[in-house]
Design a protein around this ligand. Sequence first.
Ligand SMILES: [Zn+2]
Length: 192
Amino acid sequence: MPHLLDLVPQDVPLRRVANTNDGEYAGPCPGCGGKDRFRVWPREGRYWCRGCGRRGDTIQYLRHFHGLSFAEAKRVLGLADTPCSHAERTEQEARKNTRAMVKEIYRVWCHEQMIFYTDLHRELLAEEEILQIALLHPRLYDQQQDELYRHQLVSVQEQLASIQTDLDVFTYNEFEDVRFFLFKNRRRADAR
Ligand SMILES: [Zn+2]
């Protein structure tokens, strides 16, 4: 029967974080991501995610993260005497494909978001620079115009601050949870 330490690393990377009692392993959650919120205790054959709260044993793992039914999970683990029917195998395959497809959509979406915010950030930086030059240039000096430029500069800087946050979310690994959250909300909004 496959062990959790054989199954989990097929989905997410695990690293050993403790050595006592056959050790403890940590990594991203196969369901909700993150960095090391997902824990596996091989001796007990248990896992727990402190992000989404999912926990259980090997059978439960296959139900949670591979979308299998209880009976299918048992069969996969060699705990049932009847082999998978053709229909069940087809359905498993379909679910596996769906998961791969969603993962790919998510990856592409994250990439597109990063490009979008990078471009916007660059445009705003250029605009900020032009406004600062305009404010410094004596030939362009004019009381009314000056106020307008100042006003525009404040607005551009506010937008920059907000874009910076969005850009960080799509740039740094540690914001995986936020990205995933935004992605889920976006998918829901699209479905409506
Ligand atoms: Zn989780």
